[in-house]
Design a protein around this ligand. Structure first.
Ligand SMILES: NC(=O)c1ccc[n+]([C@@H]2O[C@H](COP(=O)([O-])OP(=O)(O)OC[C@H]3O[C@@H](n4cnc5c(N)ncnc54)[C@H](OP(=O)(O)O)[C@@H]3O)[C@@H](O)[C@H]2O)c1
Length: 265
């Protein structure tokens, strides 16, 4: 039985994962982090009988309950410190929180290797998003020009999304996209050409009505290709992937990015 501590257990994504953990016979949720509901028990907060995990105000308190895997599902501002505390206690980490930078991950990787623990960071646990990553890499081998459109809700503060950061990084490992006119030479506001993320131009849209989506747009003379992933308003698409990551992370050392690093695709 793998013991799991879930930071963000009362949030939109974390509470759905807690419900998923409650039905997994090989996983036990032993503690959770929520500042506003600290002192309560998840069963009462989520109305899920049997979820006896207590809630604590901080990761350091929650980690005082022995566990094998720490899941980070809070906010970018608290994520890095939570992850580092878990690694210092010798606990493997699954990261669902978006907004960590490449520099953050480089520091986390160092700490994970020092403690010989695994960190599996997935900007998006949904199977259709994981497949989009794979298809996009394949297309990038054949199509040299691309840009990304990143869709999020009006209240999503991090830009671009974790999904898009991860995607741009992975495309950069295939090759750098060709750019016909560099954004620095654009006539007009430089921002109109988006941000350069791992070499790719990324255009972030934050509007009510959107939840999370990404288009990878490829262009060649007289032809275009758009790959699109869109998620709806429930957090259900992220549960199965997160459960898989929890089961697999203890076989890893250091930071690994993307669910497909543990999937046989
Ligand atoms: N990887 C994926 O597939 C995926 C899917 C969905 C969302 N996400 C990402 O997951 C993160 C959480 O999203 P969400 O929509 O679930 O957010 P949310 O609904 O606001 O939930 C955040 C959770 O974290 C807790 N929290 C917030 N700040 C904290 C802090 N400083 N210390 C301790 N606990 C804190 C909140 O409880 P209190 O306020 O009571 O502390 C709450 O339980 C975001 O970065 C989002 O982009 C990733």
């Amino acid at each position: 039985m793998l013991k799991v501590c879930l930071a963000g257990a009362t949030g939109w994504a974390g509470s759905e994962l807690a419900r998923g953990l409650a039905t997994a016979p090989d996983l036990a949720l032993v503690s959770g982090v929520s500042r506003s509901l600290a002192g309560k028990v998840l069963a009462d907060v989520l109305q899920v009988p049997g979820l006896a995990a207590p809630l604590f105000a901080s990761a350091s308190e929650a980690l005082s309950v022995p566990c094998d895997v720490f899941v980070e599902y809070t906010k970018p501002a608290s994520a890095k410190s939570n992850i580092q505390q878990a690694l210092e206690r010798g606990v493997h980490v699954v990261v669902g929180t978006s907004g960590l930078t490449e520099q953050d991950y480089a520091e986390i990787d160092l700490k994970a290797r020092q403690h010989q623990r695994g960190v599996l960071a997935c900007g998006n646990f949904a199977l259709t998003a994981v497949l989009l990553q794979r298809f996009a890499e394949y297309a990038a081998k054949h199509l040299p020009n691309w840009e990304i459109v990143d869709y999020g809700s009006g209240t999503k503060v991090d830009v671009p999304s974790g999904t898009v950061r991860e995607l741009a990084l992975r495309l950069s490992q295939v090759r750098q996209p060709q750019v016909t006119v560099s954004p620095d030479r654009a006539v007009g506001p430089r921002e109109s050409r988006g941000a350069t993320v791992s070499g790719t131009q990324v255009h972030s849209i934050r509007l009510p009505g959107h939840v999370l989506g990404v288009d990878v747009v490829y262009g060649m003379p007289d032809q275009t290709l758009t790959l699109r992933h869109q998620a709806g308003s429930s957090a259900r698409p992220y549960v199965d992937g997160a459960l898989l990551a929890i089961r697999k992370v203890s076989g890893l050392v250091g930071v690994h990015r993307g669910l497909d690093s543990v999937l046989d695709l």
